[in-house]
Ligand binder design. Structure first.
Ligand code: MRU
Length: 356
């Protein structure tokens, strides 16, 4: 077993490209069969792309919103950073409203506001340049966090293990390498993980369309399962860990993530399979006390009524489409962040690592 990880091998997909003039977003609705970019030249186009899931994954939408702020700054006139902050606020509010559950969006916008605030204090400073530097820093720091979490999370996994993941938490969902998928990449590279399973993640099929494709690009063998096959897989001893990402982690350790995560955690506990959540500290929301207080995004029920563009459900049938759920902290064995690992999270252990 070696600890060395060849990041270049695993870091070939970039969902977000800043050209200096525009933001190019790899259109994740079209993957894996078409590689097309949505070009955004203003912040409302970024908000629309986030809402429509052209770009998705908690860290990625935060990074996109940061660059959206840079675009918004081009469309306003302001004498100084204070005036810019006031005039940018409506665009920031529209970016923030694009999706409600992942806290990374609000976190990134708060960082952009703080960068403007610092520019106010520095008379004569170039506040547009300050915003661009902050967006770049958010992106660079996310990649570094993923590299750190990959090694930390993999250290918990014994050699010869099988893992199950859900949704897509890879390069496509982040600045690169991924969160839960970063742990899986590191665990495979280090010879700890022998079997990788990914659930389809209905209705958007992030697991089927994105995760197994990313792993295939890396040359990592992965097996796709129907979401409904997870308990059967665990019962047969095929996996020792479930490794997932997060959209928001509360002060008590409750975790919001893609719908279906909660039932995986229940099944894992029942079968003695351990449950790991991997997310950068930008996903930790110490201002939200528990998962009951998180707004869960509900999307158009029409997303459930068709598969691959073909209607699969009789006309007139009703559907309900919540796209995230909350796993209570008591079902989580470890939360892995770039700041460290919280085992069996609760209010005290979360506060010990993240403060208030
Ligand atoms: O609706 P999505 O595809 O944006 O949901 C993504 C997830 O739930 C991911 O697990 C989460 O954002 C973590 S991505 C590193």
């Amino acid at each position: 077993m070696t600890d060395a990880i060849d990041y270049a091998r695993y870091d070939r997909i970039r969902p977000i490209r800043w050209t200096g003039e525009a933001l190019e977003l790899l259109d994740q609705r079209k993957l894996p069969f078409a590689t097309e970019y949505v070009t955004c030249t203003d912040s409302d186009a970024v908000a629309a792309a986030v809402h429509a899931l052209a770009v998705r994954g908690a860290p990625a939408i935060g990074i996109a919103a940061a660059w959206g702020t840079v675009l918004a700054a081009r469309d306003i006139e302001a004498d100084d950073a204070a005036q810019a902050a006031e005039r940018l606020e409506p665009a920031l509010q529209r970016l923030n409203a694009a999706r409600p559950t992942a806290v990374n969006l609000a976190w990134a916008l708060a960082r952009m506001r703080a960068a403007l605030f610092r520019a106010q204090a520095d008379e004569g400073s170039d506040w547009r340049a300050a915003l661009e530097a902050e967006a770049r820093a958010i992106e660079t720091e996310d990649l570094a966090a993923n590299h750190a979490m990959g090694v930390l999370g993999a250290s918990l996994i014994e050699a010869g293990s099988g893992v199950l993941t859900h949704c897509n938490t890879g390069s496509l969902a982040t600045a690169g390498f991924g969160t839960a998928l970063g742990v899986i990449r590191a665990g495979v590279a280090q010879g700890r993980i022998e079997r990788v399973f990914a659930g389809e993640t209905r209705p958007w099929n992030q697991g089927a369309r994105l995760t197994v494709w990313e792993l295939q690009e890396d040359g990592i063998d992965a097996t796709l399962i129907a979401d409904a096959a997870a308990s059967h897989l665990m019962k047969g001893g095929g996996v020792q860990w479930v490794v997932v990402g997060a959209d928001r982690i509360c002060a008590n350790g409750d975790v919001a993530n893609k719908i279906g995560t909660y039932q995986l955690a229940i099944a894992a506990r029942h079968h003695g399979v351990r449950f790991m959540v991997v997310a950068p500290s930008s996903t930790v929301d110490m201002d939200t006390a528990s998962g009951d207080l998180i707004e869960i995004e509900e999307r158009d029920p029409a997303e459930l009524l068709a598969t691959g563009g073909s209607r699969t459900v009789a006309d007139g049938v009703q559907a309900w489409n919540p796209v995230f759920d909350v796993t209570p902290a008591v079902l989580v064995d470890a939360i892995v962040t770039e700041k460290g690992i919280v085992e069996r999270p609760d209010i005290a252990s979360m506060q010990a690592l993240f403060g208030r």
